[in-house]
Design a protein around this ligand. Structure first.
Ligand SMILES: [Zn+2]
Length: 476
């Protein structure tokens, strides 16, 4: 294999005349309504997988297969001829969200079209445009220099919008052939103002239901009031005990495994262009509140939270009804940060609720869902490589994003394969992902292709002695 990497001029000479051609290819991909959550679209999901597999083969990627998972397939392919260079896994998903409400789309969701610099259609940014950029990047490198600077294993999932149900078992079953040095996940985006960014933390989730029970049916408040406990009051007492007025969660041990942000990470957050008052106005809330000692950006990103998502019980009709409710219920969820374990947090919540439950009622706590948090240290060499690649490509210093939401698959790559994850995504922050009129900036798509090439170059140039980073902080 030639070891002369393609120059920027080679890349431009290849890419520039092919803009329209690759846009047409991407549109073809986008026209396949691969909605993984709707069973009637299963054949479309399969068709999108086959389309993507063909696109990888045409790019020159080897060992391409549409791998069965028991659910929607995973498209795998690799190119492993960069002897001595690092190996990266590239992850994205080729399935998309449903399109309803359909009447809010200005044009048909699966008829992608260009308006100015925007390509509009379901899946443009989330995530077909991003994975297509990866395929184009590989095709470009192979066509111009005959080689990739690093070894690459592509893992493109068909259940990215359906909780990735079969991803973990598939990763586990394929652990050997997925050996790598890092995973690049392209399913996130840039910071406000289209500032290029690497997402370094994601929050996990623990979702539970609290049920408080008094009797088999509502009781007359005249006949029983004063002599029995009230489930609605008991539930209110439990909920108010979960969090203090200082915004600290009072479940014993809740913060035990939280990895505190380093001073330099907190400085980077403080330096972000974030307009707190604009955020408040846009949200429509009277005031911003949260955990003392942390900024708004920190509270909604690097700190764990606890919220009541719903609460009900007793009489809720018009007028009045003098009862003591038989039961009362609440949905309670926490956003978690590394290294909190959702199962452990659930058990701590359960034990605390049982301990503080007032007498005279029965209380139960049930786990409804979990998602693992993830964290990649900003000083990890692969993060540095991606940051330099973004700066080279987009001509401005990228920032770190600490995302408040969850992408549990990031933790899957960390835990099952033991890899640091580099969340290098390319969409605009207001790209309407999951919503009507989803769009992808064509400039970001074109930039993504070049940034991916640059990322591979930067990773190939890492010092082999130090490129492993500090594994301790990525294993959790
Ligand atoms: Zn996505």
């Amino acid at each position: 294999m030639p070891d002369r990497p393609a120059t920027d001029q080679d890349l431009d000479a290849y890419l520039e005349p092919r803009r329209e051609e690759r846009l047409e290819r991407l549109k073809e991909f986008l026209r396949i309504p691969s909605i993984s959550g709707l069973p009637e679209h299963a054949p479309d999901v399969r068709r999108a997988a086959e389309w993507l597999a063909d696109e990888l083969r045409s790019a020159g990627i080897e060992h391409v297969e549409v791998s069965d998972t028991g659910g929607h397939p995973i498209v795998y392919g690799d190119w492993l001829h960069a002897d001595g260079a690092p190996t990266v896994i590239v992850y994205g998903h080729y399935d998309v969200q449903p399109v309803d409400p359909l009447d809010e789309w200005r044009t048909a969701p699966f008829e992608p079209h260009v308006e100015g610099d925007r390509l509009i259609g379901r899946g443009t940014g989330d995530d077909k445009g991003q994975i297509h950029a990866h395929v184009v990047a590989a095709a470009t490198l192979l066509a111009t220099g005959g080689a990739l600077p690093v070894n690459v294993k592509y893992v493109f999932e068909g259940e990215g919008e359906s909780s990735s149900v079969h991803l973990d078992p598939w990763l586990t079953a394929n652990r050997d052939r997925l050996a790598a040095d890092a995973a690049i996940i392209s399913d996130t985006g840039f910071f406000e103002g289209n500032i290029p960014a690497i997402t370094v933390t994601l929050r996990g989730l623990m979702y539970a239901q609290i049920d408080v029970r008094l009797a088999g049916s509502d009781l007359h408040s005249g006949s029983y009031g004063g002599a029995v406990s009230n489930p609605a009051v008991a539930l209110a007492q439990i909920i108010t005990a979960l969090k203090g007025p200082d915004g600290r969660i009072r479940i014993p041990g809740f913060y035990d495994s939280v990895v505190e942000a380093t001073p330099s990470e907190r400085e980077a957050i403080a330096a972000l262009p974030f307009d707190e008052e604009a955020f408040r106005t846009e949200t429509g809330v009277p005031a911003l509140v949260g955990e003392s000692g942390y900024s708004t950006l920190e509270r909604k990103s690097i700190r764990p939270t606890l919220d009541v998502n719903g609460i009900w019980g007793g009489f809720q009709g018009d007028g009045s009804k003098t009862i003591i409710p038989a039961t009362a219920h609440a949905k309670v969820s926490t956003r978690l940060v590394a290294d909190q374990e959702p199962q452990d947090i659930f058990e701590k919540l359960k034990a605390f609720v049982e301990a503080i439950a007032p007498p005279g009622v029965e209380v139960s706590v049930e786990l409804l869902g979990t998602g693992l948090p993830s964290r990649t240290p900003t000083d990890h060499p692969f993060v540095g490589a991606a940051m330099r690649a973004l700066e080279r490509t987009f001509g401005r210093a990228p920032v770190y994003i600490n995302a408040g939401g969850s992408i549990p698959i990031a933790a899957s790559f960390q835990r099952i394969l033991g890899l640091p994850v580099i969340l290098e995504g390319f969409t605009q922050p207001n790209d309407l992902a999951h919503a009507p009129n989803e769009w992808l900036a064509l400039g970001n798509y074109e930039g993504a292709i070049r940034a991916i090439v640059a990322t591979f170059d930067e990773i190939a140039a890492l010092d082999p002695a130090t490129r492993g980073g500090d594994r301790r902080s990525t294993d959790g």
